[in-house]
Design a protein around this ligand. Structure first.
Ligand code: AMP
Length: 425
C-alpha cells in the first residue's frame, strides 16, 4: 500500500468517528450544565497578541517554552501566539468590552502547547471551562467548583478526586514565598537538577514537581495555610463550608500550587485515579484576582476552571463511564430503482427531524442492506422499481422480530415516526 505523504503533526491527531461524536456529546453535557447554571458561551479567538499570554507569568513554562508563536503579515508584523489556555483571553475580552459584572461565561475549544507529547499530553488538546468575573464572594467559588463536581458525576465518573488549597492574597504571599525560598535553599542539596532551576525562577513552582527525588523535601516544606491573612483564611473557610453543604467530597491539599502563576486564594484540581499515568489531572482552576487589571482592565476578581476533554475521555475509558451517545442515524433509505426516490425521501424524512442516511453508486440490494445494518438505523425504507412506479415504499423494522409493510410515499413520515416512537411491529 502507498505510504501517506503527510501525517498529522507531532502531538496532534485526527479524532475519527465515532470517537468524535462521543467528544461532541461530552461537550454538550458540559454546555447544558453551564447554560443551566447561568453561564453564557464566549467564543474568543484561537490566537491573541503575545502580550496577552505573557501576563500569565514570566516564569511560566507555558509562556517561556510552550507557546506556538508567530508573526503575521502586517507592516509592522504583529507578534501573535496560539492560545495555550483560555483564562487570559477571557480576561482580555472582559477588559476590552467591560460587560456588567458578574460576568459568567463558559467556553470550549482547542488549546495549543508545545509540550513533549506522551499519553494524555498533546500539543493540541481541548478544554471546556467556566469563568466568573467581577465577584470575590466565596459562594461564587463554590458554584464554580461545584459545577465541576457535578459535571464529572453527570458523565458517570466515580474516581475523580477534588483537591483544594488556598494560595492566599497579596498580603499573605510574600511572607510565605520568603519562608519557602529559605527552606528550599536550605535543602537544595536534595533537590533534582530541574527543581534547582525552578527554585531560581519561582520557588512556589518547586512544589509542583512530580519527580521522585523532590518528594521528601516537598513533603516537609512550609505550607501556605500557616501564612494566610485573616481575610484569606476566612474566605477559604467559607468555600469549604459551601462545598460541605453540597456534600461535595474534597481533600485539602496544602501543597497544591498548580502550573500557572496568576492564582490567588482558592486553587483546586480534579485528579482521575483511574488514570495510572503521570498525566492524571483532568481539570483545575482557581482564583486570579489580579489578572484583568494586569490586562489593562479595572480591578476585577475572577474564578474559573478548565477541564481537559482528552484526558477526561481517557479516564472515562479506564473506568467504563460515558460510553457516548446512540448513533444519530435512525432511518436508512435503500433505493434499488434508479436512486431518484432516495434523494426525495431522505430530504423529506430529514425535514421531519429524523436522522437519515443512504447509499450511493446504485449498489445491489444486498450491499445497501449491509450498509443499513452497519449504520445502526432502526428503520429501513426500501424502494424498488415496483414501489417507485406505484408511489409507495416498504418500511422495514430492523429490530429483531420486526416486520415490514408497504406505505404510500405521502404517508412515509407518519409511518416511520410511528415505528420509531412505538415498539417492534
Ligand atoms: P491547565 O490549563 O494547565 O490548568 O490545565 C487544565 C487541564 O487541561 C488539565 O487538568 C488537563 O486535563 C488539560 N491539559 C493541560 N495540558 C494538556 C495537554 N498538553 N494535553 C492534554 N490535556 C492537557
Amino acid at each position: 500500500m502507498a505510504q501517506p505523504l503527510f501525517r498529522a503533526p507531532a502531538g496532534t491527531r485526527d479524532i475519527l468517528p465515532p470517537a468524535s461524536a462521543r467528544r461532541r456529546g461530552l461537550v454538550r453535557v458540559f454546555a447544558d450544565l453551564a447554560d443551566r447554571s447561568g453561564f453564557s458561551l464566549l467564543e474568543s479567538p484561537i490566537f491573541e497578541e503575545l502580550g496577552v499570554f505573557q501576563r500569565l507569568g514570566a516564569n511560566n513554562d507555558v509562556v517561556t517554552k510552550e507557546l506556538f508563536e508567530f508573526f503575521d503579515k502586517g507592516d509592522p508584523p504583529r507578534h501573535l501566539a496560539l492560545r495555550p489556555e483560555l483564562t487570559a483571553g477571557v480576561c482580555r475580552a472582559f477588559a476590552e468590552h467591560r460587560p456588567t459584572p458578574p460576568w459568567k461565561i463558559w467556553y470550549s475549544g482547542p488549546q495549543f502547547r508545545y509540550e513533549r507529547p506522551q499519553a494524555g499530553r498533546y500539543r493540541q488538546f481541548e478544554q471546556v471551562g467556566v469563568e466568573t468575573l467581577g465577584t470575590d464572594d466565596p459562594h461564587a467559588d463554590v458554584e464554580v467548583v461545584g459545577l465541576g463536581v457535578r459535571f464529572y458525576e453527570a458523565l458517570g465518573m466515580r474516581q475523580v478526586r477534588l483537591l483544594i488549597n488556598s494560595l492566599g492574597d497579596s498580603e499573605s504571599r510574600p511572607a510565605y514565598n520568603a519562608a519557602l525560598a529559605a527552606y528550599l535553599q536550605d535543602r537544595r542539596g536534595e533537590l533534582s537538577e530541574q527543581s534547582l532551576v525552578t527554585l531560581e525562577r519561582n520557588p512556589l513552582r518547586v512544589l509542583d514537581s512530580k519527580r521522585e527525588q523532590d518528594q521528601p523535601v516537598i513533603a516537609e516544606a512550609p505550607v501556605m495555610a500557616d501564612f494566610l491573612s485573616g481575610a484569606s483564611a476566612e474566605h477559604f473557610a467559607a468555600v469549604r463550608a459551601g462545598l460541605d453543604s453540597l456534600d461535595a467530597v474534597y481533600e485539602v491539599s496544602p501543597r497544591l500550587v498548580r502550573g500557572l502563576d496568576y492564582y490567588t486564594r482558592t486553587t483546586f484540581e480534579f485528579v482521575a485515579d483511574a488514570l495510572d499515568t503521570a498525566q492524571n489531572a483532568v481539570g483545575g482552576g482557581g482564583r486570579y484576582d489580579g489578572l484583568v487589571e494586569e490586562l489593562g482592565g479595572p480591578p476585577t476578581p475572577g474564578i474559573g476552571f478548565a477541564l481537559g476533554v482528552d484526558r477526561i475521555l481517557l479516564a472515562c475509558d479506564a473506568e467504563d463511564a460515558f460510553s457516548g451517545t446512540a448513533p444519530p442515524v435512525e432511518v436508512f433509505v435503500v433505493d434499488v430503482a434508479d436512486g431518484r426516490s432516495a434523494v426525495v425521501l431522505c430530504d423529506r424524512l430529514r425535514q421531519a427531524g429524523l436522522g437519515v442516511d443512504r447509499a450511493f453508486d446504485g449498489r445491489s440490494m444486498k450491499a445497501q442492506m449491509k450498509r443499513a445494518d452497519r449504520s445502526g438505523a432502526t428503520v429501513a425504507v426500501i424502494v424498488g422499481p415496483d414501489e417507485q412506479a406505484a408511489g409507495t415504499a416498504t418500511v422495514r423494522d430492523m429490530r429483531p422480530g420486526g416486520g415490514q409493510r408497504q406505505v404510500a410515499a405521502d404517508d412515509l413520515v407518519a409511518a416511520v415516526t410511528e415505528l420509531l416512537t412505538g415498539g417492534v411491529q
